[in-house]
Design a protein around this ligand. Structure first.
Ligand SMILES: [Zn+2]
Length: 77
């Protein structure tokens, strides 16, 4: 299977934003100076989020690099 558009995603090993573990693209410029665990290469943020949820809870996506998967804090129950 070709993964021409695959990009490496990472997740913070500690909760950083309002208690969330945050998923970023490896290339994200908004990554903070915290430890990251590599999730692997995915063609989009959705499968990366699924992988992250297998390891951490709760998980959210970076609003800068993964806006399609980001859930705003005021939308969370
Ligand atoms: Zn990011």
């Amino acid at each position: 299977m070709q993964q021409q558009n695959a990009e490496t995603y990472v997740v913070t090993t500690e909760p950083v934003t309002e208690g969330w573990h945050v998923v970023h693209r490896e290339s994200c410029e908004d990554r903070r100076d915290v430890l990251m665990e590599t999730l692997g290469a995915f063609e989009g943020c959705a499968p990366a989020m699924e992988r992250a949820r297998e390891r951490y809870h709760p998980v959210n996506a970076c609003p800068t690099c993964c806006s399609a998967c980001h859930v705003a804090a005021d939308e969370v129950e």
